[in-house]
Design a binder for this molecule. Structure first.
Ligand code: CP
Ligand code: NVA
Length: 308
């Protein structure tokens, strides 16, 4: 069994295998109804706990459907309704859940919660987002880029906005999948240096460029995310908006990217803040393919974790 905690913690060849497996499972399903089972049922008899300490639409629904398509069952748990939210330790929660379920997916605040869950669980643990990373999202994003444009290796990916948890997983992916990554945003919202260092240590070229036009020039992929994440204090909202407004992805900015550049956003979006509706619904946008590919990518992640 293997945990899926972060893109930089999984071997590059294994990550490539997960993307290939996701592609094969997506192709094999074709356009059959979403509630119908896959031909293969690798999760038959398996129970998966999906724990949410933060809100979710895509992660919750895509994991739930994915398990069912592969023949398993799910239990969706809200952190606040568990003893976890009332003082029981993560370690004890992990040990107890391991007696009931075969796989745990957790969306939480502190990275340490995820790490403790993985340390004390005797079943695989998947990171469904923490304050510091969102690896399942970026597996879906790599799959989506390659589905539209072929290998992502060597491409120029530009992140415009807040250097947040989703950016961090892009930095991890830059190292593992071999693409160049440019961050453009205000210095106050720079990503943690450690994410850039880790990507560079794996051979990625990561650049910080304050001028969004210079950054986006020649981009193969432009990505943004909400200006205020779930873990950010709402009191910071106005200040963040003022700082980030020059980094909005609009048609004028996208015009500097390559003609066939793609636009991604993990969603949920605040339309006409971080990206305009004209871009989100425009010819470069693949945002709903990204959302769909969460399903296929996570099915492959779960199979990899369980070795089935
Ligand atoms: N992108 C993403 O993780 O969406 P949810 O918050 O809806 O799960
Ligand atoms: N950065 C966002 C991503 C949501 C999927 C957040 O953490 O709220």
């Amino acid at each position: 069994m293997s945990h899926f905690l972060d893109i930089n913690k999984t071997d590059a060849a294994e990550l490539r295998g997960i993307i290939d497996s996701a592609r094969a499972m997506k192709d094999a399903r074709g356009g059959r109804p979403k509630g119908s089972p896959d031909d293969e049922q690798p999760l038959a008899g398996q129970m998966v706990a999906l724990i949410f300490e933060k809100p979710s639409t895509r992660t919750r629904v895509s994991f739930d459907i994915g398990v069912r398509q592969m023949g398993g069952q799910t239990m969706v748990l809200s952190g606040s309704e568990m003893q976890l939210g009332h003082g029981e330790t993560i370690a004890d929660t992990a040990r107890v859940l391991s007696r009931y379920v075969d796989l745990i997916m957790i969306r939480t605040f502190e990275e340490q919660t995820l790490l403790d869950m993985a340390e004390y669980a005797s079943v695989p643990v998947i990171n469904g987002l923490t304050n510091r990373s969102h690896p399942c999202q970026i597996m879906a994003d790599v799959m989506t880029y390659e589905e539209h444009r072929g290998p992502i290796a060597g491409k120029k990916v530009v992140w415009s906005g807040d250097g947040n948890n989703v950016f961090a997983s892009f930095a991890h992916a830059a190292g593992q999948f071999g693409f160049d990554l440019t961050f453009t945003g205000p210095p106050t919202l720079d990503p943690e240096q450690v994410f850039i260092d880790e990507a560079c240590a794996k051979g990625a070229r990561v650049t910080i460029e304050r001028d969004p036009v210079k950054a986006v020039t020649g981009a193969d992929l432009v990505v943004t995310d909400t200006w205020v994440s779930m873990h950010d204090p709402q009191s910071a909202r106005e200040r963040r908006h003022n700082q980030l407004r020059p980094y909005q992805v609009n048609e004028a900015l996208m015009a500097h990217a390559k003609e066939d550049a793609l636009f991604m956003h993990c969603l949920p979006a605040h339309r006409d803040d971080e990206a305009t509706s004209a871009v989100m619904d425009g010819p470069h946008s693949v945002i709903f393919d990204e959302a769909e590919n969460r399903l296929h990518a996570q099915k492959a992640v779960m199979r990899w974790c369980l070795g089935v």
